[in-house]
Design a protein around this ligand. Structure first.
Ligand code: GAL
Length: 666
């Protein structure tokens, strides 16, 4: 069993949109699905207008026949609640369903995802459709999973209409209780922003100048929650009508608008849509980071790649195809990072519509040509890896990721507008990935106890409680590396006074006297462990209190001052990195990894990515040649499940080649 659905082994397939095709085509679809080894498809994602042609009209006959064909051919269905694009009749009868931008523009019908998250009409109609679908198909033999909505927050993440304003006020009342508490949290004595009643409050619409930062931060929290409420409204129907069927909604990787820690807590299975750009030679690193996050969102449980492009997408300015070997490698990479299924957008390429030039498992050309050969080959590869399903990944290192801090960091009017959380995290992640050190993500209130090393590339916003947990983690023997501009404000975006980063000062043993962001194009030289490196984007006037100096600025006003420090604290040790080192952060991480006793999964050849999944009796090493040139790499002794060949000490991998070596449990 894969563990994530009733379907055994790894899942393989994609979005199936039969409503775009005459019925004669469906028989060919299911026959070819079988031929390719497809065992799982998502159906009905954009079918609302077809399933419910009018307020009280329903048309399930065609959908019954689609699901019947799938069941007959042994293809399991991830049945969508179909609520991502409300039909024309609904928006014409209730124009207030359409979302409004910060400038007051009401967005029109004619694309998709056109709904206000706070609209009672939308929420009611969506819950009703979800319930109707669940009631009809709860016992259907094809049903394996419910797919709620599609990519919440895609296109529309916020709405500024009157219904949203009222919902925001209700949310604020729940959060603060009375307006005095809100005034204190929002620091409304600044610029005469004091409110007398909740009724005076509006969303942060287009305004003459900077809006109140705590209002903006609360708005981000509210918007993530408003979409979550839509999801929960549908999920409640599914759980009531069809208890026991796993429920998911597809995420969009490391997506700023939605706090996926909060969301994942309400999912049975985390699923993700991933579209790394084949034209970007480093895309696999960012992809791996996203996959590690997806696995971490439910504490390491297998997740599901819900969508990827078999080759090119259609929505970049220039849409590069994936060479077949790269497409295969990137599919295997998702399994390497804990996915128990590889699904695609989409099964059959659309003939018309906005996505007609998006690749598909079954292209316009049909079964002749290279894409279909790749489609069939991938089905074979995934079948050979069936026993990997359900196995887990153990990591020594954790990166702390907090959406609240992300939102607050990227508000306006900071020392530098260049700080972007995803980029900061990615630069640290890339250093670890290059060393094949396994990484989990943890939320700020997550359990750190099982990790040898905890990394906080940036936690601008930090409550006293989080800082205390980090401090006691280090006190108890943990290793922590903390990046600049962390521990600066509390949960209301008010500065922690007394010298930055006040709540972490003891554990880090430093105080920051002044931020010195580095102008675009400039850099600051740093000496780090005897190596000359450069910092860009950020530097600080840093004073070591109890910490030792591990790196020093070597010119200008900061000449001789600490840039990187390490502090023995209790049984553990904490590093502070006061500047942006880009890829050179690896030098600091090397020291911390060694001190923590954290090891790479395997010392492989350069360019070979390695992960390990562990089952009860066996381990599975994934060796992925991301380098695009052939190589000879050290490998564990075992059997390559993809070829059946025995592996002894080394492996030859062609460009973009991969091996999955099964060994006795490591
Ligand atoms: C996703 C979406 C799919 C399809 C795909 C194309 O964001 O969920 O419906 O549009 O992109 O790449």
């Amino acid at each position: 069993m894969s563990g994530i659905t009733r379907v055994p082994g790894l899942l393989y397939g994609g979005d199936y949109n039969p409503e775009q095709w005459p019925e004669e085509v469906w028989a060919e679809d299911v026959r070819l699905m079988r031929e390719a080894g497809v065992n799982f498809v998502t159906v009905g994602v954009f079918s609302w207008a077809r399933l419910q042609p009018g307020p009280d009209e329903w048309d399930f006959g065609w959908f019954d026949r689609v699901l019947g064909l799938l069941a007959e051919h042994g293809v399991a269905a991830d049945i969508a609640t179909a609520t991502a694009s409300p039909p024309a009749w609904l928006v014409r009868a209730h124009p207030e369903v359409l979302p409004v931008t910060a400038d007051g523009v009401r967005l029109e019908f004619g694309s998709r995802q056109h709904y206000c998250p706070s609209s009672a009409v939308y929420r009611h109609a969506a819950a009703r459709l979800a319930r109707t679908i669940a009631s009809r198909y709860r016992d259907h033999p094809a049903l394996a999973m419910w797919h709620v909505h599609n990519e919440y927050g895609d296109h529309v993440t916020e709405c500024f209409c009157e219904a949203s304003a009222a919902d925001f006020r209700r949310w604020l009342r729940d959060r603060y209780g009375d307006v005095a508490a809100l005034n204190a949290a929002w620091a409304t004595d600044f610029w005469s922003q004091r409110y007398g009643t909740f009724e005076e409050i509006e969303p942060p619409r287009a305004a003459p100048g900077p809006v109140n930062p705590t209002q903006a931060l609360d708005w981000r929290r509210f918007c993530s929650g408003a979409l979550l409420a839509c999801y929960l409204g549908e999920k409640a129907q599914l759980d009531e009508v069809a208890p026991g069927v796993p429920v998911t909604t597809n995420f969009m990787s490391m997506f700023k608008p939605l706090d996926y820690w909060t969301w994942a807590a309400h999912e049975d299975v985390v699923s993700d849509d991933a579209y790394p750009d084949p034209a970007d030679p480093d895309a696999h690193v960012g992809a791996a980071m996203n996959y590690d996050l997806m696995r971490s969102l439910k504490g390491g449980r297998p997740w599901l790649l819900m969508e990827q492009a078999p080759s090119a997408v259609s929505w970049r300015p220039v849409n590069a195809p994936k060479p077949p070997a790269l497409a295969r490698l990137w599919s295997l990479q998702t399994v390497a990072h804990g996915a128990d299924g590889v699904l695609h957008f989409q099964w059959r390429a659309s003939r018309a519509g906005a996505e007609k030039f998006h690749s598909a498992l079954l292209p316009h050309r049909g079964t002749a040509g290279r894409q279909w050969a790749s489609t069939v080959a991938l089905g074979g590869d995934l079948a050979r890896l069936a026993e990997v399903a359900g196995t887990r990944i153990a990591s020594d290192v954790a990166i702390v990721l907090d959406w609240n801090s992300w939102w607050a960091l990227e508000l306006d009017d900071h020392p530098s507008a260049r700080l972007r959380l995803r980029d900061l995290v990615a630069s640290w992640y890339a250093a670890l990935a290059g060393r094949n050190v396994g990484v989990d993500f943890v939320p700020p209130d997550g359990d750190l106890a099982g990790y040898r090393l905890v990394l906080a590339p940036n936690l601008y916003l930090m409550s006293d409680a989080t800082a205390a947990r980090f401090t006691s983690y280090v006190d108890g023997g943990g290793r922590l590396v903390c990046g600049f501009f962390s521990g600066i404000v509390d949960e209301h975006d008010h500065v922690h006074l007394g010298g930055y980063p006040a709540p972490l000062r003891d554990v880090l043993g430093v105080v920051v006297d002044e931020f010195r962001p580095v102008p675009d194009g400039a850099s600051v030289p740093v000496s780090l462990g005897g190596r000359a490196v450069t910092a860009t984007m950020w530097s600080e006037w840093l004073e070591a209190l109890t910490a030792e100096v591990a790196g020093t600025y070597t010119s200008g006003e900061l000449d001789g001052r600490p840039a990187v420090t390490r502090n023995a604290y209790g049984e553990g040790r904490a590093w502070y990195v006061g500047c942006h080192l880009g890829g050179e952060i690896g030098l600091v991480l090397d020291e911390a990894l060694a001190d923590a006793g954290a090891r790479p999964v395997l010392d492989a050849a350069p360019g070979v990515e390695v992960t390990r999944r562990d089952g009860p009796g066996n381990s599975y090493y994934f060796l992925l040649n991301q380098a695009g040139r052939e190589c000879e790499t050290p490998a564990p002794d075992g059997v390559d499940l993809l070829t059946g060949a025995a592996v002894r000490r080394t492996l030859h991998l062609p460009p973009y080649g991969a091996a999955v070596v099964k060994t006795a449990r490591a």
